[in-house]
Design a protein around this ligand. Structure first.
Ligand code: SF4
Ligand code: SF4
Ligand code: FES
Length: 230
C-alpha cells in the first residue's frame, strides 16, 4: 500500500509492505526502515493516552487504533503550532482548561462521592485529552480564542461534580469565547474516540447558565425587523 504524509506541510509518499495495519505501526515502520527523521507523537500505543491523534483524509483519529488504507493522506491536527511533520505543540489548547476553570474550585466540606455521584459525569471523565475535538471544531478557524470542546466538556464535568460548592465560577468563566460561540455543529462529538458528546455538554452548560441569569448574547442583539412596524 501507499500512504502520503504531510511533512512540514510538504506531501511525501511512502510505500509500505502491509495489506492491513494501524497507522501507528505504519509510522514506526517508516521511521525504523525508511526515514528515521519522521516525527510524530505516541505513548501508550493502546488508545489510552491521547498522544497520537492526527488527521486521516481530513478526519481526526488516534493513530494507534486507526486502520489505514492505500491512498490515505495523513496530516497533523489543526489549530496547533506545528513542531515537525505530524507533531504539534498542545500547550496553547491545554491552557483553555484554565480559562474555563475546569477543576474543583471550592470543594464542599466533608463532601463524599457516592457510586451514583460518579455516574453523573463518568463519560466526561473519560476524556484522554487527545485534542481531536479541538482540531475538528470549525469555530476555531474564525475565533482562535474560542475555549473549544474538550475544555467545555471538562467544565461540565466539574459543575456536575457533587463535591463542587462554587459551580458559578465555572459558569462565569465560559460565557465569553465559550458556550454561546459554539454553533452546535456536532463535529467534536463525531470524532471523539471516547464517545464523549461535547455538543450535548455545551447544551447542558447553556441550560445551567440560564439558571444563573445568563442568556445567549447573540440572541439579545438580533434585529427581528419589528422596529418600524409596531
Ligand atoms: S458543536 Fe460546538 S464545540 Fe463542537 S465542533 Fe461544533 S462548534 Fe465546535
Ligand atoms: S472530548 Fe474526546 S475528542 Fe475531545 S479531547 Fe477528550 S477524548 Fe479527545
Ligand atoms: S499512543 Fe496513546 S492513544 Fe495512541
Amino acid at each position: 500500500m501507499k500512504i502520503t504524509i504531510s511533512r512540514n506541510r510538504e506531501k511525501v509518499e511512502y510505500k509500505l509492505p502491509f495489506k492491513s495495519t494501524t497507522l501507528l505501526k505504519a509510522l514506526y515502520h517508516i521511521k525504523n526502515y525508511q526515514d528515521s527523521s519522521l516525527t510524530f507523537d505516541s505513548n501508550c500505543r493502546s488508545g489510552v493516552c491521547g498522544a497520537c491523534s492526527v488527521r486521516v483524509n481530513g478526519k481526526e483519529v488516534l493513530a494507534c487504533s486507526h486502520k489505514i488504507e492505500s491512498g490515505d493522506y495523513i496530516e497533523p491536527l489543526k489549530y496547533h503550532k506545528l513542531q515537525r511533520d505530524l507533531k504539534v505543540d498542545k500547550k496553547e489548547a491545554i491552557e483553555k482548561l484554565k480559562v474555563a476553570k475546569s477543576w474543583l474550585n471550592q470543594p464542599k466540606e466533608d463532601a463524599t462521592i457516592t457510586p451514583d455521584g460518579v455516574k453523573v459525569n463518568e463519560k466526561q471523565s473519560d476524556c484522554i485529552l487527545c485534542h481531536s475535538c479541538y482540531s475538528a471544531c470549525p469555530v476555531l478557524e474564525v475565533n482562535p480564542n474560542f475555549i473549544g470542546p474538550f475544555a467545555l466538556t471538562r467544565a461540565y464535568r466539574y459543575i456536575t461534580d457533587p463535591r463542587e460548592e462554587d459551580s458559578k465560577s465555572i459558569i462565569d468563566s465560559i460565557q465569553s469565547n465559550g458556550i454561546w460561540d459554539c454553533t452546535l455543529c456536532g463535529e467534536c462529538t463525531a470524532v471523539c474516540p471516547q464517545g464523549i458528546d461535547s455538543k450535548m455538554d455545551i447544551m447542558m452548560l447553556r441550560s445551567s447558565s440560564a439558571q444563573f441569569g445568563y442568556s445567549d448574547p447573540n440572541f439579545s442583539s438580533m434585529d427581528f425587523g419589528f422596529g418600524g412596524g409596531f
